[in-house]
Design a protein around this ligand. Structure first.
Ligand code: GLC
Length: 540
């Protein structure tokens, strides 16, 4: 395959490792129980630039803009400010400078599809039908029976339309009713979001993770969505219908290009990473026709949705490899703030091999804060639910130390903290056999290896029932074999045969996820012994 890397210019983010910070839960500097920007600044040593740092290349900070908090910051009421709960702009500038000093890039969350109901644009828009802001949002008259204009459902359940009694029309919301959708058919939206993009890039940020982009354009005729096929589980089918007319419309690419133009005007080469839960073959379109035409990266969510099973993981990886254009570069996360953590989905036994998988595939990995120490979902025992869409368990505070509230806050944490006596950064930092130590080593392995950084990918034909996902990573001067066992039991595997004549019979172990299996030993690929859920990197 060799489509990438060899001899071609490689950007910082292709070999890079990104790290997602959910600011509410990373570190609290002022004891109010809620994480903040100063808390992030105080913990940058964990990420890069100090002995024992993870060594990641960039952080993506989920929203910290002023927001009433219906969707914990994804309902923005001022795109160019900082919510007082997180600090202020001066604090952001300190964070940015401190990150850049240690060579850490900073990505923000851009939420172009909707504002908060409290945003001044929407307040003005709903003040009267003739207000000039009206056209920034999507309004429609009631159906003849007085009900919603059509049957579209919102992502979080219920109708996607909310009645606005004073002006006698419905407005559209793809998510909560507190998040009215902007209308990207209106040039005023391009202009205003373009200004937001410029504001932050001129301030020095390195790019954006762009939220829910597929929702930015809807059918102007408001055509009805077809019902979901029974048992259909692809991303387009949910809440009872196939979201044909209100999601992933062809014109979404124009929105991406508009954001790209604003970004290029402010800071050429800024990174744009798109979020869209759609099948991978359609995702590829959002990369545009050439590098720098649209998004640089898009999350491969079918990969995140895969079970811990070698065949399913390989299928997801190779679907993206096949679907992406030649210049395309995959981007994968195993966890984020919207889904159960993989420690919970896959089970703890998978964590070491999952780390190796994530950090050795061709593509940019995005780590979710806490996965490096094996944090799992924490279900509040109080039964209190804060996020109406049920995502609290994956958003609980970072466990820094074996201390009250895990050292996250001196106050009362906004969500319960997991068992920090068992899982915390401080203990793992001094334990060479810990998961944290393994993440650090794998990130360093990646940084030091041309094949892992930017080499080609080729999957091996392991038997479907072997429970092993094995692949070659290759650059001009380096050839590595990675084998990941997803089976809980030890076994011997003929990877030489699976290589179909492409592999030598012998290799040398470079790294194993088993803490006591030392690198350097010679291996016979015809009889590769792997422990249950072991991952290995083998030098060929
Ligand atoms: C994205 C965010 C999610 C949010 C939604 C609406 O999917 O990741 O947290 O609720 O968009 O903005």
């Amino acid at each position: 395959m060799g489509r990438h890397g060899d001899g071609k210019r490689v950007t910082w983010w292709q070999p890079g490792v990104l790290y997602q910070i959910y600011p509410r839960s990373f570190a609290d500097s002022d004891g109010d129980g809620i994480g903040d920007l100063d808390g992030i600044t105080a913990h940058l040593d964990h990420l890069r630039g100090a002995p024992g740092s993870l060594g990641v290349d960039a952080i993506w900070i989920s929203p910290f803009f002023p927001s009433p908090g219906a969707d914990y910051g994804y309902d923005v009421s001022d795109y160019t400010g900082v919510d007082p709960v997180y600090g202020d702009l001066a604090g952001f500038d300190r964070l940015l400078a401190a990150a850049h000093e240690r060579g850490l890039c900073v990505l923000l969350d851009l939420i172009p599809g909707h504002t908060s109901v409290e945003h001044p644009w929407f307040r003005a828009a709903r003040s009267s039908r003739s207000d000039p802001h009206r056209s920034l949002y999507i309004w429609a008259d009631p159906a003849p029976d007085g009900g919603p204009p059509n049957g579209w459902t919102s992502c979080f359940g219920g109708p996607a339309w909310e009645w606005d009694a004073p002006t006698g029309q419905y407005y559209l919301h793809s998510f909560y009713p507190e998040q009215p959708d902007l209308d990207w058919r209106d040039p005023g939206v391009h202009e205003r979001i373009g200004q937001v993009v410029r504001f932050w890039l001129e301030r020095g940020v390195d790019g954006f993770r762009v939220d829910a982009i597929d929702r930015s354009i809807k059918d102007p005729l408001l055509r009805e969505n077809p019902p979901a096929a029974p048992g259909e589980r692809r991303f387009d089918f949910f809440r009872g219908q196939h979201h044909l007319w209100n999601k992933d419309r062809p014109e979404v690419l124009d929105v991406v290009r508009s954001i790209r133009r604003s970004a290029e005007a402010a800071r050429p080469g800024s990174l744009l990473l798109g979020e869209s839960y759609i099948p991978v073959e359609r995702l590829a379109r959002y990369l545009g026709d050439a590098p720098g035409d649209a998004f640089d990266l898009v999350f491969d969510f079918p990969f995140l949705a895969s079970p811990w099973e070698a065949g399913a993981l390989r299928h997801a990886v190779e679907e993206a490899e096949a679907a992406f254009p030649a210049f395309g570069w995959p981007c994968r996360a195993l966890s984020n703030h919207d889904n159960p953590r993989h420690a919970t989905r896959f089970g703890r036994r998978s964590l070491r091999a999952a780390a190796m998988l994530s950090l050795t595939l061709r593509g940019t990995p995005v780590l979710y804060m806490g996965e490096e120490i094996g944090m799992a979902d924490v279900v509040p025992s109080s039964g209190v639910v804060l996020d109406r869409a049920g995502r609290d368990a994956a958003r609980t505070p970072m466990q820094w130390r074996d201390a009250p509230a895990g050292g996250f806050t001196t106050g009362r944490p906004w969500l319960p903290v997991g068992d920090a006596s068992q899982v915390n950064v401080e203990d793992q930092a001094s334990d060479p056999g810990s998961l944290l130590a393994l993440y650090r080593q794998l990130i360093a392995d990646r940084a030091a290896s041309p094949a892992l950084r930017a080499g080609s990918y080729r999957g091996l034909e392991t038997a479907a029932d072997s429970g092993v996902f094995a692949y070659l990573r290759q650059s001009a001067d380096e050839r590595l074999l990675v084998a990941i066992s997803t089976s809980g039991t030890a076994g011997s595997h003929d990877l030489y045969a699976a290589g179909r004549g492409r592999l030598p019979a012998k290799g040398r172990l470079r790294r194993s996820t088993e803490p006591d299996r030392a690198g350097g030993q010679a291996l016979d690929l015809r009889r590769m012994e792997l422990a249950g859920d072991e991952g290995v990197i083998v030098q060929l």
